[in-house]
Design a protein around this ligand. Structure first.
Ligand SMILES: [Zn+2]
Length: 308
């Protein structure tokens, strides 16, 4: 198999298990640009991995206040866009539409998703929605000031096709804001095959800062800024990696706070586990801040790119 970005031969990297059915997937890594790809056998049914366990029930992904924290951090990730007015903003892979619902008050907002289950609710408040399968073909009789892709590009098979389409529909001097997990992050290095954001086989591509830069340049964008700290992913990912040192059952915190998990601890065991996790969290956050701001190897690659 060849690297989709620089066409060099990929080498075997590590085997990573899916967290729900423990099926193993091979990761292959490019020796040149450090881009990593998940290897699929022909009979892998990807659709079955996008189930209710993944999306959550009652439109909620996590239990109790973890859901509230997750929503609150979304304000931070769009903080640069909060004061924009009368802009045309497209969100590819909007999920529950949290960011679009915030931005729609002062702007014209549009969203793309693979299924239509949140469309009605968002259409009611004036957000225009499109199905992903129609997105590549869709003419769009307008061009966008900003296109955002929050943790979506790593799920795509044909990453260049998606970026070419973005290039076509973004205004001249318009911006593309992409965030993906950083496969070269400090947490991925210390946690190796157990790193929570490999998320195989849903994540098809695992980007390094070198590989995403190369890919965006190939598709007509110039890089304005790359940040690696994420309030939502950084501390949590680092905490998960630290907890993996102590427990044999890997990524236990994530499994315990998922709204659909049936294999939950009893209340006593859960309280002890959460207290232990909270005690570790300041250390996790400090390590993540140092990794992100000093070594530029935080949990994500948050890229602002401009159409050239
Ligand atoms: Zn490569």
């Amino acid at each position: 198999m060849k690297c989709v970005i620089c066409k060099k031969i990929l080498k075997k990297y590590i085997d990573v298990k899916n967290l729900e059915n423990f099926k193993k997937f091979k990761l292959l890594k490019c020796q040149n640009c450090e881009h990593t790809q998940t290897y699929f056998s022909k009979n892998t049914d990807l659709q079955k991995y996008y189930n209710v366990k993944y999306y959550g029930t009652n439109k909620q992904k996590f239990t109790f206040f973890f859901e509230k924290i997750s929503i609150a951090t979304r304000f931070f990730r769009i903080k640069k866009l909060l004061f924009k007015k009368n802009k045309k903003i497209l969100d590819i892979g909007f999920g529950r539409g949290i960011e679009l619902s915030i931005l729609q008050k002062k702007n014209q907002t549009y969203g793309v998703e693979i299924n239509d289950k949140n469309f009605k609710k968002l259409n009611k408040i004036g957000i225009k929605t499109y199905l992903f399968k129609n997105f590549i073909k869709e003419k769009f009789n307008l061009s966008f000031d900003y296109i955002m892709m929050w943790h979506n590009l790593e799920h795509q098979k044909h990453i260049s096709t998606v970026l070419k389409k973005c290039h076509k529909i973004v205004k001249k001097n318009g911006y593309l804001i992409i965030e993906v997990p950083n496969s070269n992050s400090f947490q991925s290095k210390i946690d190796r095959k157990n790193w929570i954001y490999w998320d195989v086989p849903r994540h098809n591509h695992h980007f390094s800062s070198q590989s995403i830069t190369k890919l965006l340049k190939q598709n007509g964008f110039s890089i304005k800024k790359i940040k690696t700290f994420s309030l939502e992913y950084g501390g949590f990912g680092m905490l998960s990696s630290l907890l993996n040192f102590f427990f044999n059952n890997k990524n236990l915190l994530f499994k315990q706070i998922q709204s659909n998990n049936v294999k939950k601890f009893n209340k006593f065991k859960l309280s002890i586990f959460l207290i232990f996790s909270f005690a570790l969290s300041p250390f996790a956050l400090i390590i993540e801040l140092v990794a992100s701001y000093i070594f530029k190897s935080g949990s994500v690659l948050n890229v602002v790119a401009k159409k050239i």
